[in-house]
Design a protein around this ligand. Structure first.
Ligand code: T4K
Length: 378
């Protein structure tokens, strides 16, 4: 039954709307039969990792699905970002938003690159700020080697403008597309944008490989360098040619991702229904760029009194999350002087609501009703 009276909110001491917590990022477990058959096969064949048949199958299935020429499986998106940056030969400074998960910046730091944060417009890296920052770096004789864009919640915007800037100044452009699996713009996968894109297959993402990820690129040479780098730098079988890391995905991860992919269409349809039920909170139509086909994995709302709404929901066993808060520039002392007012404004308001298999339309309606009551008494 919907909570429609203020006195019935759990923050007033009455019982919560849900007994089992609803989580943002709760894994969508695929039908176990599919996965178990593949697991038996993997154990029977005794090929567990090192570019085995399930990893190769996953790469070709995802290449067909996305229309991107090369899919290079990796053990997670964080390592995928490092491999992509190394494969492009980046040096010095890399421009990125601070409105992201910390992995975007820490992956670059880990390989000796210097994150330079630019502010956002709505949720996205602001092209004008990026241009200004590149000009400033040129004057300071500390040039930028790349722009690392992020598709927040998997959704891109301003990609054409960003490509024009990259072309004008001769810098590389690549994307942290951690949450962009299946997302399209103008009927094309968004993984075509930039030199390459890195997608996460973490347990909390729409395609769940326990852990995992992949680099998507239409550039054959770049893909080959990524393949070499993810395997200790081995070009052939016998020896390593220079730099490398262990970025390989295991067979079990690939099997889980394939089992998860088998349910992708159904899951997106389900998420779309949940998003419609949430529409009062989300205003999706207002912020999804025109021509976007979204996977609706993240249900993103914004509130002036975000932390209050978060507490009201938590009392009801709805564990909303503040993705992405704090801005990454707030996470290390060396960045404390970064002035990113729009990033600060948005990250102090944003709130993600639960989606996925755990949800029903009536659960979403109940959550909307709770938020409406909370807003009335705020
Ligand atoms: N770039 C961007 C823009 C990203 O968003 C991410 C990751 C990356 C790069 C790096 O990708 P990977 O290297 O991970 O492939 C979670 C995920 O761990 C992280 O992958 C994801 N983004 C981020 C947005 O969300 P946390 O630290 O907030 O996760 P955690 O452990 O609090 O889990 C979220 C919720 O899910 C919790 O309520 C518990 C629940 N959960 C989680 C796991 C792992 C489960 O119920 N079962 C589980 O197995 O980062």
């Amino acid at each position: 039954m919907l909570k429609t009276e203020k006195g019935r909110l759990a923050i007033n001491g009455v019982s919560p709307a849900f007994r089992k917590p609803l989580l943002v990022g709760k894994p969508n477990i695929p039908v176990c039969d599919d996965f178990n058959v593949m697991l038996d096969d993997i154990l029977y064949n005794e090929v567990l990792t090192n570019n085995g048949p399930y990893v190769r199958k996953m790469e070709s299935v995802f290449a067909r699905f996305t229309g991107v020429k090369n899919i290079v499986a990796v053990n997670n998106a964080t390592v995928g970002l490092m491999i992509a940056a190394k494969a492009m030969g980046l040096t010095g400074k890399v421009i990125m938003p601070a409105y992201t998960f910390p992995a975007t910046a820490t992956a670059m730091q880990w390989i000796g690159l210097e994150p330079v944060f630019c502010d956002i417009k709505d949720y996205w890296l602001d092209p004008q700020h990026v241009k200004n920052q590149i000009e400033y770096s040129l004057k300071a004789k500390a040039p930028v080697s790349a722009i690392l864009g992020v598709h927040p919640y998997g959704v891109p915007k301003y990609c054409r403008e960003m490509q024009d800037i990259a072309d004008t100044y001769g810098v590389k452009l690549f994307y942290d597309a951690a949450a962009s699996f299946g997302v399209k713009q103008n009927s094309q996968s968004v993984l075509h944008y930039g030199e390459c894109s890195v997608v996460s297959l973490h347990a909390t993402k729409i395609i769940n490989g326990f852990e995992g990820g992949f680099i998507a690129t239409d550039n054959d040479e770049l893909a080959e360098r990524c393949r070499q780098l993810r395997n200790f730098g081995f070009a052939g079988k016998e020896y390593s040619e220079g730099e490398g890391i262990n970025g390989k995905m295991t067979e079990v991860n690939a099997a889980m991702a394939l089992a998860s992919f088998a349910e992708y269409d159904r899951l997106v349809a389900h998420n779309r229904l949940i998003a419609s039920a949430y529409e009062f909170c989300l205003g999706f139509q207002a912020w999804l760029p025109e021509g976007t086909e979204y996977n609706y994995h993240y249900a993103v709302a914004r509130y002036e009194r975000r932390d209050y709404i978060l507490n009201v929901l938590a009392a009801e066993c709805v564990m909303a999350r503040k993705y992405y808060w704090p801005g990454v520039h707030k996470t290390q002392k060396q960045w404390e002087n970064c002035y990113l007012p729009e990033t600060d404004r948005i990250s102090s308001r944003v709130l993600c609501l639960p989606t996925g298999k755990q949800m029903t339309v009536s659960y979403a309606e109940e959550i909307v009703s709770i938020i409406k009551l909370a807003l009335e008494i705020a």
